[in-house]
Design a protein around this ligand. Structure first.
Ligand SMILES: [Zn+2]
Length: 247
C-alpha cells in the first residue's frame, strides 16, 4: 500500500502517514449492510438496519445466529458464502488487527473493466502505472461529485476483524462503498495510530441518520439513510474491566 493512501483521510495534518499492508483474503464470512431484492423482475439494492452475515461455513452461521439473532438460511449466490443470517443486531463488538482497515478507489467501466484504481493520489494498479499521479481531486466532496457523474472512481473500504465474543471463529470482512465511512476514515486512522502494532477493541454499527433539510428540492421532507460507523474503545490487550460497556 502506498504511503500516501492516508493523505486524503488526514483529519490531523500533523499525523505522520504510516505504511499499511493489504490483508490476505482468508475470511470466514462477510458482514453486509444491504442486500439485493427482486422487485418486478429487477434486482434492487436494499439497505438493512441490522447486520446481514454471509458465510459458507454452517458452524460459523450457527454461531452468528446464536449470538446476533436471526436464522440461518441459504441465499442465491454463485460464491462460496451461500449461507446468510439476517441478524437482529445493528451493532457488533469486534477486534481489529493492525492493518485491518484498508481503503482504495476503483472505477469499473462496462466492457472495459477496472479503469481506475488508486489510493486517491496515485495509481495502485496496473503495475506499469503504479505510483504515478492519478489526477483525482483532493477534496472528498469533489471526488464524490466526479464518481456520481461516472467520471471518477468510487471508494472501497475493507475492514477485517474478529468478533470480540467469538474470536475462535476467525476473521470476517466488511466492505463498504460508503462516502460517509470515507469521511470518517481520517479520525479512525488517527485513533488506530494510538495503538501501533496492536489489535484494538471496537464496535461496528449500522447507524440510521435522519434529518429534515430546510432548503433545496427536498426541503421539509424527512431524509433518512444508514451509514456504517466504527468506534474504537482501546487496545485488545487491556483488561476488560477498563472498557466501556457494549453500546
Ligand atoms: Zn485516482
Amino acid at each position: 500500500m502506498a504511503n500516501n493512501l492516508r493523505r486524503i483521510w488526514d483529519a490531523d495534518p500533523d499525523a505522520a502517514p504510516k505504511e499499511r499492508q493489504s490483508f490476505s483474503d482468508d475470511v470466514v464470512g462477510r458482514f453486509r449492510s444491504g442486500r439485493l431484492v427482486k422487485m418486478g423482475g429487477r434486482e434492487t439494492p436494499e439497505a438493512l438496519n441490522e447486520w446481514r452475515v454471509t458465510t459458507g461455513d454452517p458452524v460459523v452461521a450457527a454461531k452468528i445466529s446464536e449470538r446476533m439473532g436471526g436464522t440461518v438460511e441459504e441465499w442465491d449466490t454463485e460464491k462460496e458464502d451461500n449461507l446468510q443470517v439476517l441478524t437482529d443486531a445493528p451493532t457488533v463488538r469486534i477486534i481489529i488487527d493492525p492493518d485491518g482497515v484498508d481503503a482504495s478507489f476503483k472505477q469499473f467501466v462496462p466492457g472495459a473493466g477496472l479503469t481506475h484504481h488508486c489510493d486517491g493520489f496515485e495509481y495502485l494498479s496496473p503495475d506499469e502505472d503504479r505510483g504515478t499521479a492519478c489526477g483525482c481531486p483532493s477534496l472528498i466532496a469533489e471526488r464524490k461529485l466526479a464518481a456520481d457523474k461516472q467520471r471518477g472512481p468510487k471508494p472501497s473500504v475493507d475492514i477485517t476483524f474478529r468478533l470480540e465474543e467469538a474470536t475462535e471463529l476467525g476473521r470476517f470482512r466488511f466492505n463498504s462503498g460508503s462516502w460517509k465511512l470515507v469521511e470518517a476514515l481520517g479520525p479512525l486512522f488517527a485513533e488506530l495510530d494510538n495503538y501501533p502494532g496492536q489489535a484494538v477493541r471496537a464496535s461496528l454499527t449500522i447507524e440510521n441518520v435522519s434529518y429534515v433539510p430546510q432548503k433545496g428540492p427536498r426541503a421539509g421532507q424527512t431524509i433518512s439513510y444508514n451509514k456504517p460507523v466504527v468506534k474504537v474503545f482501546g487496545a485488545y490487550a487491556e483488561a476488560a474491566d477498563d472498557l466501556p460497556a457494549a453500546a
